[in-house]
Design a protein. Structure first.
Length: 369
């Protein structure tokens, strides 16, 4: 029996099993086996070419941020790429117009943002259907995934795309689980709960999942109220956590009542890429979702460079992160920095490498002689 058949058999068994407290352990074990098999299938696909050959998927990363457009065929991804970047991507009324990854670059608030128009994915993409593995692998390299949806089509399309990305190890709008797993030479499995576990994960279930991953002698610390799924992700260790925006395209075809229904979604932006409606709000949402900040540099004795800011992707970035963003060799020679802006009381103020910077701060780094 091949890996695909094993996955199908486990999925069928999971669907047949009743969901209650008595079966939680068994269901958790099935989930762990599924996660393990999907990782093997992914590794097998990478060795064998990933679901079909072709050029264009190995796109060089340029600019400060990379954004990927993911969605079903004919939802308006190519038109959106043209609207945002001016790059011409073939758009037509038939499906699968785009057959390769087409990059474009837009400039917003001084930052250069690379946008990738990826081919449309179909159900079963995580198993390699329709070159799906290549598409999702390209999406994995992005700082933000924009799931483009046709607002006039059923919202089930959203759940289908989320499932394909989830099966491939991509977690949307999630943070890594606060679970520490350390291997040791002997002593069996030790599990320490720093937070009460109320979401179904017991020590017995955790031990069975660990043994499925051949972790027989480990120390585990649970620093959050963890679900079984998130504990499996922590054991697997090969998950990618990426922020996502749901772009509801073609709103020009909807009524006000239908827009009110869509407004109940989280992390969504309604647009019409053809008519250019609400594109400004989409660009603002991209900026905030990527946690981008502009830091201006000021050489000694000169005015600040406002044309080419250094863009950081972090909440509460420090001077140390700023130095590493420019060059790894700056920090060993770092002495102190002068900062102008909203993060300091005095203009300028002398700060160390742990000082937290704000958007549009101006910085001058002084090195040891």
């Amino acid at each position: 029996m091949g890996i695909t058949e094993k996955i199908k058999a486990l999925e069928d068994e999971y669907a047949r099993t009743q969901k209650n407290k008595a079966t939680e352990g068994h269901l958790g074990l099935i989930k762990a086996k599924l996660a393990k098999l999907r990782r093997e299938l992914e590794a097998q696909g990478q060795k064998g070419g990933g679901g079909g050959g072709g050029e264009g998927f190995d796109v060089k990363k340029v600019g400060d941020t990379r954004v990927g457009l993911v969605g079903f065929p004919s939802v308006g991804k190519s038109t959106l790429l043209t609207t945002l970047t001016g790059t011409k991507s073939e758009a037509a009324a038939y499906e699968f117009t785009t057959l390769t990854a087409i990059p474009g670059t837009m400039k917003y608030r001084g930052a250069r943002i690379q946008v990738l128009d990826l081919p449309g994915i179909i159900e079963g993409a995580a198993q390699g259907k329709g070159r799906g593995r290549q598409v999702i692998s390209a999406a994995r390299t992005c700082d933000l995934i924009m799931i483009v949806l046709d607002a006039a089509k059923p919202v089930t399309h959203k759940f289908l795309i989320e499932r394909e990305l989830h099966n491939f190890g991509i977690r949307l709008n999630e943070t890594p689980p606060l679970v520490s797993i350390k291997r040791k030479d002997k002593g069996g499995v030790g599990i320490q709960e720093l937070v009460p576990q109320t979401k179904g994960l017991t020590k017995e279930i955790a031990t069975r999942i660990l043994k499925e991953y051949r972790m027989n002698t480990v120390d585990v610390q649970l620093r959050e109220d963890c679900t079984i799924d998130r504990f499996i992700d922590a054991c697997d260790g090969k998950r990618t956590y990426i922020p996502a925006l749901y772009v509801m395209n073609k709103i020009d075809q909807l009524t006000i009542e239908e827009l009110d229904i869509i407004d109940q979604m989280e992390n969504y932006v309604p647009i019409s890429s053809r008519d250019g409606w609400n594109v400004d709000e989409l660009m603002e949402a991209i900026w905030h979702k990527c946690h981008m900040l502009r830091i201006y540099t000021k050489p000694r004795g000169q005015i600040p460079d406002y044309d080419e800011p250094v863009v950081l992707h972090a909440q509460n970035p420090t001077v140390e992160q700023f130095c590493n963003r420019i060059h790894k060799g700056i920090l060993p020679l770092f002495k102190y920095a002068w900062v102008w802006g909203s993060s300091v009381r005095h203009q300028p103020q002398k700060v160390g490498k742990d000082h937290v910077l704000n958007d549009e701060d101006i910085i001058q780094v002084c090195k040891r002689v």
